[in-house]
Design a protein around this ligand. Sequence first.
Ligand code: 5RP
Length: 233
Amino acid sequence: MSKEQAEREKQLAGEAAVSYIRSGMTVGLGTGSTVYYAIKKLGELVRDGLSIQGIPTSEQTHQLATNEQIPLIGFSQTTDIDITIDGADEINPQLDMIKGGGGALLREKVVASMSKETIIVADSSKLVTHLGKFPLPVEVTPFGWQTVAKKIKTLGVPVALRQQDEQILITDNQMYILDCHFGTIEDPSALESQLNNIPGLVINGLFINMATRVLIGENNIVKELIATDKGTP
Ligand code: 5RP
């Protein structure tokens, strides 16, 4: 797919998600280049009178939403979110996902866990049969990350400490990220639990049973997959 086509599909999906937002809602704001279009559209609607409050999943999204004049609240101000709109790096037919390519996985997972509905927006390249070709991000404490990496390597998986501009990447939560090259993940749910048992591993990028609705830009239309469709690609 060309870059232009991918961008068109992202815009279609991102903007379509906004039609689910109503005045009075608390809205989780995901991170990434697809959610970007949703936030820009939400900004237009807010300036036209839509009354919502957003919870951003990253400093980057905080900045974008602030520029769009979307009122924001923090994690200390609520435990409940009506709808979250977020992106994904891979989505399988069960609507399980790999997320965290943009490094915001910890806040994204907390926000998804607080949400009655989580709408995922993506271009059509994100749909896969099996998760794992995209390296699975895991967020780890800066101390002892080597131990976590060693444990994951014993599964036969190459692990890379994420870098940016030749420096170790530091997340919004002052943690590091390990990108784990699984190749194919046969049982995402089992792996999720296994990873959660490693001390020092703060969060992993497998989002299981979290998406309630997935909107995929495909050519010039938006394809909708809902959680009750589980198992149908
Ligand atoms: C950030 C994420 C993003 O949602 C994911 O990487 C998809 O981003 P994009 O829409 O730019 O492809 O999980 O941590």
